[in-house]
Design a protein around this ligand. Sequence first.
Ligand SMILES: Cc1cc2nc3c(=O)[nH]c(=O)nc-3n(C[C@H](O)[C@H](O)[C@H](O)COP(=O)(O)OP(=O)(O)OC[C@H]3O[C@@H](n4cnc5c(N)ncnc54)[C@H](O)[C@@H]3O)c2cc1C
Length: 312
Amino acid sequence: MDSDHQPVTLPEGGELLHRVGDTLSSLESIPGELRRGEPLAGHTTLQVGGPADGFFLPASVEALVGAVSLCRARDVPYFILGKGSNVLFSDAGYRGLIISTERLSECTLVDDHLRAECGLPLSQLISIANAHGNTSLNFLAGIPGSVGGALAMNAGTGERSIGDVVREVTVLSARGALESLDRAACAFSYRTSSLLESRLPILSATLLLDERRFDRKELLARRAATQPVSEASAGCAFKNPIGRSAGDLIERAGLKGFQVGMARVSDIHANFIINVGGASSNEIYRIIDIVRQKVYKSFHILLDLEIEVVDG
Ligand SMILES: Cc1cc2nc3c(=O)[nH]c(=O)nc-3n(C[C@H](O)[C@H](O)[C@H](O)COP(=O)(O)OP(=O)(O)OC[C@H]3O[C@@H](n4cnc5c(N)ncnc54)[C@H](O)[C@@H]3O)c2cc1C
């Protein structure tokens, strides 16, 4: 064979990089903003995470669908990011495309429900309901997530979770069609759902406004008194084991105030791992490991992470 026509063998990882590069070029034609090499630390509440090859802010739900379809067709890894309040990216960043829902925040009130796009911050969702005299979504007060992230994680408190007020969720199916899922199909349970398991992009949701009342100010004041709300964190690091409190177990294992580099177990609430300033993802991984090991040694309970670790 003529050497000019021999297939080119790219070094390991080079082929993926090539596909990512092509995909980023094609994205330029989809409405939205594309940033290359965007540091993820600025997009997560833990304030850690290295650069993403591509960081795309779709201008519309249709543009999000276009970006996901492009990645699927080219077999390029992608990750849908809401407010970044429950994720831990690595110091190496992300190989592929981060699709941020930040600009998808339309919301309309129809009768007894709100139809919200996935990127709407929960604080705005609550304010819209409150403006219409309804306080039934106020249980979400103080959770710094988006509607999409909250649905995936089934965010909430001991009293109520977002899954309890879902009428339907619109997702982009694996076959590329828009699909409506009712509450049962979303299989909501403690800090998870079939939406998270399937990793289907959530486009929008219809949430019911009912008669329950929650006092937003009181809930925010309670959080401020019991949680390190002004520190960089991703909320509770671990899920509560059945019948136990993860924070209590960590505190009783003597870890309150324990620090690895600039990552620290909060002195206010032991289930919060905080970045006291310039922590690396590695320091956070290490503190997570140590907490799990010490709690296991003390109580024979293996804590399950609530924070999602995203491999780059
Ligand atoms: C100070 C603080 C307090 C907190 N308190 C609570 C609390 O009381 N209760 C609670 O449950 N959580 C709490 N959290 C955790 C976090 O805020 C919630 O889990 C929140 O719902 C995550 O939303 P997000 O938009 O930030 O999601 P992200 O962190 O951006 O993403 C989380 C997951 O959702 C997926 N996702 C996001 N958007 C979409 C989409 N459109 N389609 C498909 N998947 C999507 C992501 O891919 C990822 O898997 C707290 C966090 C902090 C920092």
